[in-house]
Design a protein around this ligand. Structure first.
Ligand code: AMP
Ligand code: ZN
Length: 432
């Protein structure tokens, strides 16, 4: 059941010793990069004084802005000859950040994905269909090589083209898929249109759901529609991509691979570390990166460490599913709201379909929120009273959660814009 039993179940004391040793090596390498060379000098940091994992707090934080400023090569800790691959973030604002890998980096990353997928039960007898964009985005090639390392048969389907995806699944008896959760919901409507029942007419049993925030309710809905087990997969290109943290068969939080990363949770305002169990911003330090080590990277992702051991026997700590990014937070009439709060409520209401969109606007001096909600086909064209009752119920349920009364528009299935990549949940017209 373990890909690397010794590492995955290593006692915490030894794991921290391993981290400390790897941190020392990382600092030695990082110092060679123009960025850290300069930062260490400016802050008069004596890297020889860093002995334990707890000392990591003495090191400077790294932000996305630092990566942008040093674009493209300012974080390189090796010569360009040693690099074999580049990836980039899918960032929609500003210049995308780029990450470079040596062959050692790719081998370590591939191993983390093999470890993660193996943990969920994927084996060489599986047929794995990777429905993520190949190319600069890390979700394509990252998973691809990890699955090959396990020895599964890999179908590099790429994103989109729903009918073809379904055809591939049926023709080649796909058992495992990697899919963006919002796309999984959309794909279920295409299954319904084509008269194919994923539960009955496919061999699907495992899905890796990742790349965007999604609630437990959404996972349950997807599992129910397809009849497979869905495992949350978290990662970001700056830390390789997928394979950073992954759910085990307990499906209760994601093990974050601490032999490869030092994990901290900080208060995003004071930047002080938070006690275990409290929610804050995830900060990570790479421990095996050769080409481009990154120290104390502010991910902007909000989560917490789940205290206590996991019944699966792995000792690497678990993070809770990501609540959102600090920059996704909507502030409306002084109230902080995350798109996932809205998603979670919507997924609980019978009759709600598979997609929604939040529109923020300003009317006079007041902020307003409209939530457009796709509803299931059988509701449409039906009784108008029933529709109005559903609409009111949605308003009421959202109000009780976000403390603001949104406008709710019910719209036809498939009428809202869809994305092949990460879903766009919010349109903020106040910024236009
Ligand atoms: P990128 O670097 O373009 O791959 O984007 C990484 C970002 O995607 C992360 O920082 C998260 O905000 C988001 N993300 C990735 N996986 C998940 C996940 N399983 N749950 C929530 N958000 C995720
Ligand atoms: Zn576990």
């Amino acid at each position: 059941m373990y890909w690397e039993k010794e590492i995955e179940t290593m006692d915490r004391g030894n794991l921290e010793k391993l981290q400390a040793a790897r941190l020392g090596e990382t600092l030695g390498r990082a110092q060679k990069s123009p960025h850290y060379g300069k930062v260490f000098k400016e802050t008069r940091l004596d890297t020889d004084r860093i002995w334990t994992v707890a000392d990591v707090g003495m090191l400077p934080l790294t932000t996305k802005e630092d990566l942008r400023e040093q674009w493209p090569y300012g974080f390189l800790a090796c010569s360009r000859d040693e690099l074999i691959r580049m990836h980039s973030s899918s960032g929609t604002t500003g210049r995308a950040t780029v990450i470079f890998h040596t062959d050692g980096d790719i081998a370590a990353w591939t191993n983390l994905l093999a470890r993660s997928m193996y943990m969920t039960g994927m084996r060489r007898s599986d047929v794995f269909q990777n429905m993520m964009t190949y190319g600069l985005f890390t979700g394509g090639l990252g998973f691809h090589y990890g699955a090959e390392k396990i020895g599964a048969l890999v179908i590099p389907a790429g994103a989109g083209n729903s009918k073809r995806q379904i055809q591939l699944m049926r023709d080649f008896d796909t058992t495992a898929i990697h899919i963006i959760p919002s796309y999984a919901l959309h794909l279920s409507t295409v299954f319904a249109e084509t008269g194919v029942d994923p539960r009955r007419d496919t061999k699907l049993k495992i899905a890796f759901l990742g790349a965007e925030p999604h609630s437990e309710k959404m996972r349950l809905k997807i599992e129910e529609l397809y009849g497979f087990k869905g495992f949350n997969s978290y990662g970001l290109s700056e830390m390789n991509g997928p394979g950073v943290a992954f759910e085990c068969p307990e499906q209760n939080g994601m093990h974050i691979w601490e032999d490869n990363y030092i994990v901290e949770i900080i208060d995003p305002v004071t930047l002080k570390p938070l006690p275990e169990g409290e929610e804050g911003e995830l900060v990570m330090t790479t421990l095996l990166r050769e080409g481009m080590p990154i120290i104390r990277y502010r991910t902007k992702d909000l989560t917490r460490i789940i205290p206590g051991p996991c019944p699966c026997g792995r000792t690497h700590r678990r993070i809770e599913r990501i609540k959102g990014r600090t920059d996704d937070m909507m502030i409306l009439k002084g109230v902080n709201i995350f798109p996932i709060q809205i998603e979670r409520r919507l997924m609980e209401i019978p009759g709600v379909g598979t997609n929604f969109l939040i529109i923020l606007d300003r009317e006079g001096y007041n902020d307003s929120m409209t939530v457009k909600v796709e509803i299931q086909r059988e509701f449409f064209g039906g009784d108008l009273h029933q529709l109005e009752a559903l609409r009111r119920r949605i308003v009421e349920e959202l109000r009780s959660d976000i403390l603001i009364t949104p406008r709710v528009d019910l719209v036809e299935p498939d009428s809202l814009p869809k994305s092949e990549g990460k879903a766009v949940r919010v349109v903020d017209k106040r910024k236009e």
